[in-house]
Design a protein around this ligand. Structure first.
Ligand code: CBF
Length: 806
């Protein structure tokens, strides 16, 4: 690092500290430094941000708009510093002046505008779009409250509101002059025009202002700065005037304005089941209406061609079905405001919108009651109705073989609007997020749609940004990699494959092993700070971090822990490699069974961690309030990555990719992207167990699985279930009865018992492999070497060339 660059950074820091915070550097708090460094980054990127946008305008570049109800961006300062090439300098200068960079970066509130995979994917995609110099914009909601903060009290999850905007958020810029009016409800008037077509006008609508807040998305050292536009719901000017008029009904308006602001009030805290609440519907329409109006406004300002050519310059990717009202909304604007005929509007709409499916879980598939949409969005309802009629007629006349399937295909059926069906019918591309998931869509869940539109379906296996999930979170490993294969992998992550040459190189393996050890020591300190529990740093760090859901089977994991505990109690001198089982997970607030599993993990931990007889061999850690920042600390330290969902249920998974990239070995089922990991690294470098997706499907379809039989025949299983029932891990007898009942009387819907035995066997193999340090390191390096495929750069290149045609 040149002294000159360091000196000028220091000078910037000093100057800004006095101007912005009225302090000398030596008196600055960590928070002062956080704000001042953010402002240095903003100064650095603002001209680039303006220039990028001007260039898109001048060159009339085609843009992709990524609409998502969730963007799980986490903290931005460190990754912004990294992407604009200032991270090393900043860290060094801070250390030179006796400050700890980590303590400073910690002052940013972790922005949790998402639940889990789908929201984090959106954030990774934005990073890759900018880093690959594509013209793209994210569009989401500026929730005032992000995903709840989790506290655990006596094993019970307590949810606290996450008011992340309590203090100034340095990355956003409010663009009040670009606010857009969004309208709800009202009366629709139809007039027949001279040519026989109908014209629509609206009356008495509820108006809401969508005010954009722009957050920069900085490409990796490439001068590109794209935008994440987050919309905030506010009252219109007219409404606020009424509130200040003493003669008006003050309380009525206050109430009304409160209900408007609620639209961007909070993020719905569930990603695996569908919540049929009107407020959620309002949020969805608010987001798509503001976004689409904004897109069209920008199109008109930039291009001098008709909106009929929209698809040449714009593509809209909808992240799951949540924004699928984009289809009728674009139709509405084109027909009612731009005088397009139905056919003209449909041609444009269905060539601009592309849809990504992220789940086949039936409980997560959105269906809105027709009456709700009719009341809240009467014109949108009329359009959906017409889409449905035309679609069903099309099947009737053009696909007689599918006539009897119309009830399964219709956009409106059983008084409900099926959003996935709407999204498929109204888009030109439907993609799944991993090979198996896409095959399930094509051959099972959406097979008749696939018959209708074979060319529309495609796969885009997910990815993660290696800049954040390797370069930023694991600097020592990154350095070790660069020393071995040079720095090109940073621009071209596929080049990580060069590490294969080192997979038998003892000094290199030793270095990688050392880095893992350091990362484990760092995590061990965090664990000690957060929980007061001291873990053995040489034990296997076995990690399962993700949302808590039955299908992800944290229950299977904790059953294995109980099994090990029982074995050790019976034979305390049993020679096992010490293990530390690390969990972090939030359960949706209304998801009772998920919360019970959290409680069980805590009670097992309390028993195991304080049992003097065995506690040097086994520890169970639950780190509360799982979020992006915590993941950044855990992932570099993982030895084993638990990806143990019931096969067919996890569409892809992305934690599996992050941990693989950091040298953890996957212990998983043949589900989601695990399959693609296995295909790359080979059977010897991964631990696979359990039912296949076809077997799971057949059990659901034809029966044949009886959980109780396993209870009665496998003593290990019986013992564990009886322990749940007997209060051994809890205070009262009834403590874990619901888990017991779900397995025994609902026939174990996620096949925990069925996969128990192969899971135990796999764990035994893990243990044996870990004992041979050299083999383990080789496996670990092989995983890192192949992980380049899972960079979101690869995924985004595929979207860009095959769907977006950028
Ligand atoms: O595609 C991204 C992720 O999305 C989910 O989290 C989702 O919300 N549907 C899936 O559960 C993950 O498998 C997937 O990786």
């Amino acid at each position: 690092m040149s002294d000159y660059r360091k000196e000028s950074f220091l000078a910037l820091l000093e100057g800004k500290m006095t101007r912005k915070r009225g302090k000398h550097l030596e008196d600055a708090s960590d928070k002062d430094l956080y704000y001042v460094i953010s402002s240095i980054v903003k100064d650095e990127i603002t001209p680039k941000w303006l220039k990028t946008q001007e260039k898109y305008q001048e060159n009339k570049t085609k843009q992709v708009y990524y609409i998502s109800m969730e963007f799980l961006i986490g903290r931005l300062l460190q990754s912004n510093l990294l992407n604009c090439g200032m991270l090393d300098i900043c860290n060094e200068v801070l250390k030179d002046i006796g400050r700890n960079p980590e303590e400073i970066y910690k002052h940013e509130h972790d922005a949790a505008l998402g639940n889990g995979g789908l929201g984090r994917l959106a954030a990774c995609f934005l990073d890759s779009i900018a880093s690959l110099k594509y013209a793209g914009q994210g569009s989401g909601i500026r929730y005032r409250y992000g995903l709840f903060e989790q506290r655990i009290i006596h094993g019970n999850q307590i949810e606290l509101p996450d008011y992340w905007l309590k203090e100034e958020y340095p990355w956003e810029t409010r663009k009040a002059d670009e606010a857009i009016e969004v309208r709800f409800g009202g009366k629709i008037n139809m007039h027949k025009k001279l040519n026989g077509d109908f014209e629509f006008s609206y009356e008495d609508q509820d108006k809401v202002m969508a005010v954009p807040y722009d957050v920069p998305v900085i490409g990796y050292q490439n001068e590109v700065v794209n935008t994440l536009r987050l919309w905030s719901a506010e009252v219109t000017e007219d409404e606020s005037k009424l509130m200040s008029d003493p003669s008006s009904q003050y309380y009525h308006h206050l109430d009304h304005s409160h209900s408007i602001e609620q639209i961007s009030g909070f993020l719905y805290p569930d990603d695996s089941s569908f919540e049929g609440k009107e407020l959620r519907l309002k949020q969805q329409y608010f987001l798509v209406s503001a976004t689409i109006q904004g897109i069209l406004k920008n199109f008109k300002a930039t291009h001098d061609i008709s909106l009929a050519h929209l698809s040449e310059k714009v593509v809209i990717q909808i992240n799951d079905t949540h924004p699928s009202l984009a289809v009728p909304e674009l139709m509405r604007i084109l027909m009612d405001d731009e005088n397009f005929s139905w056919d003209e509007a449909w041609k444009v709409t269905a060539s601009v919108i592309a849809y990504t499916n992220h789940t086949t879980l039936s409980e997560a598939l959105e269906k809105w009651p027709t009456s709700m949409i009719q009341k809240l969005l009467p014109r949108i309802y009329m359009i959906i109705n017409e889409i449905n009629e035309r679609f069903c007629k099309g099947i009737w006349f053009d696909h007689p073989d599918l006539r009897d399937k119309i009830p399964e295909l219709a956009v409106i059926a059983d008084d409900q609007i099926h959003m996935a069906r709407l999204a498929i019918v109204g888009s030109f591309s439907v993609n799944g997020v991993a090979r198996l998931h896409t095959e399930i869509l094509k051959n099972k869940e959406m097979k008749y749609f696939y018959k209708l539109y074979p060319n529309r379906f495609n796969n885009k296996t997910n990815g993660i940004t290696h800049r954040r999930w390797l370069l930023q979170v694991n600097p020592c490993l990154s350095e070790t990699i660069t020393e071995a294969i040079g720095p090109k992998w940073i621009q071209e992550p596929n080049k990580l494959i060069g590490l294969l040459r080192y997979s038998n190189d003892a000094p290199f393996l030793e270095k990688v092993g050392k880095v893992k050890k350091q990362n484990k020591e760092t995590l061990a300190k965090l664990i000690l700070n957060q929980t007061g529990i001291k873990v053995d740093e040489s034990s296997i760090f076995d990690v399962q971090i993700k949302r808590l859901h039955e299908y992800k089977r944290q229950l299977l994991n904790i059953f294995h822990v109980i099994y090990l505990y029982n074995e050790l109690k019976e034979n305390p001198s049993l020679d096992i490699t010490p293990r530390t089982f690390i969990f972090a997970a939030k359960a949706a607030p209304s998801y009772h069974l998920a919360k019970e599993v959290i409680k069980l993990i805590h009670h097992v931990a309390a028993t195991v961690n304080y049992d003097k007889q065995i506690n040097s061999k086994l520890k169970v850690i639950f780190l509360e309030n799982y979020n992006v920042s915590l993941a950044e600390k855990i992932i570099p330290a993982a030895d084993i990555s638990e990806q143990i969902s019931t096969a067919s249920k996890e569409a892809s998974g992305t934690g599996n990719m992050k941990m693989m990239m950091n040298g953890a070995l996957t212990l998983g089922t043949l589900d989601g992207a695990n399959i693609e990991i296995k295909d790359l690294v080979g059977d010897n470098n991964i631990f696979i167990f359990g039912l296949t997706s076809d077997q799971v499907h057949d059990y659901y379809q034809y029966g044949g699985y009886v959980a109780k039989d396993i209870y009665h025949t496998d003593d290990r299983v019986k013992r564990i279930l009886d322990q749940l029932n007997s209060g051994e891990f809890g205070h009262q007898e009834i403590e874990f009865k619901d888990i017991f009942y779900n397995i025994m009387y609902h026939n174990d819907p996620y096949f925990v018992l069925k996969d128990f035995d192969p899971y135990i066997e796999s764990h035994e193999l893990v243990e044996r492999s870990y004992r041979d340090k050299n083999t383990w390191q080789r496996m670990s390096v092989t995983n890192i070497a192949y992980s380049g495929k899972f960079s979101s750069d690869r995924t985004i290149k595929e979207y860009a060339s095959e769907i977006w045609k950028l």
